[in-house]
Ligand binder design. Structure first.
Ligand code: SF4
Length: 220
């Protein structure tokens, strides 16, 4: 019988970008994941940014304004939700909430804030971030067709533990990104369905930092 599988986009991205063994740990073995101090800090800074954003005076955009790509938009933080439905033996529903979306000069920017505790500036965003943001773009396009644009870009904003921006990483969401996302959906669903074996991260440093403390595949 077909199952309905609800998957937060952030969790899907972590499985695909950090370690695919997590899919087995979560769905088959039902292991608990410890919430790290970095995740707690991220939540705190996200709430602070949301509170600041509420101070920006706004009025609701009209239907005409939404459909005019050259009318600039600034959506309230955390106000847009996405849902991507896919059928692959089971029915998968990928859910997410977008940190921030703006439209400037015809370009939609899907913005996601990532907090780094150690303050080390990335060379480029890690794979899990790229999977997550590609899914957000796809979800935005399908969920909000009334918001017209000429181009869509995702922007990973790296911040330090005080919320100060360290670096921004823009990426156009194009066909290559769509194919990359599709490949990741198919791999995740294949592992969930038992058709594909998960790939181990192969990295003891990742295992040490991983929230699955009872993982049987942990590398020392
Ligand atoms: S402990 Fe290691 S093998 Fe297990 S899920 Fe975490 S990263 Fe993967």
């Amino acid at each position: 019988m077909q199952e309905k599988v609800t998957v937060p986009v952030s969790r899907f991205a972590a499985f695909m970008g950090y370690c695919q063994i997590g899919i087995i740990n979560h769905y088959e073995l039902k292991l608990e994941k410890v919430i790290s101090p970095a995740i707690k800090l991220g939540k705190k800074i996200h709430s602070e940014l949301e509170e600041e954003d509420k101070l920006i005076p706004r009025k609701k955009a009209t239907k005409e304004e939404l459909s005019d790509p050259l009318f600039d938009l600034d959506m309230p933080r955390e106000s847009l939700m996405i849902h991507i439905r896919r059928e692959n033996k089971n029915i998968f529903g990928y859910l997410g909430r977008l940190d921030k979306v703006i439209r400037e000069k015809g370009t939609i920017y899907i913005i996601d804030d990532k907090i780094t505790k150690n303050g080390r500036v990335w060379h480029k965003p890690f794979l899990d971030k790229r999977v997550q943001l590609a899914a957000y773009c796809e979800g935005f396009v399908t969920r909000y067709p009334e918001i017209v644009f000429n181009e869509i870009i995702y922007l990973v904003v790296q911040r330090d533990q005080n919320g100060t921006v360290l670096k921004e990483f823009p990426q156009v969401y194009d066909q290559e990104q769509k194919d990359f996302l599709l490949e990741n959906f198919e791999t995740f669903e294949g592992i969930y369905n038992g058709d594909i074996d998960p790939v181990h991260c192969g990295n003891p440093n990742k295992c040490r930092a991983c929230g699955y403390k009872d993982c049987q595949h942990k590398l020392e």
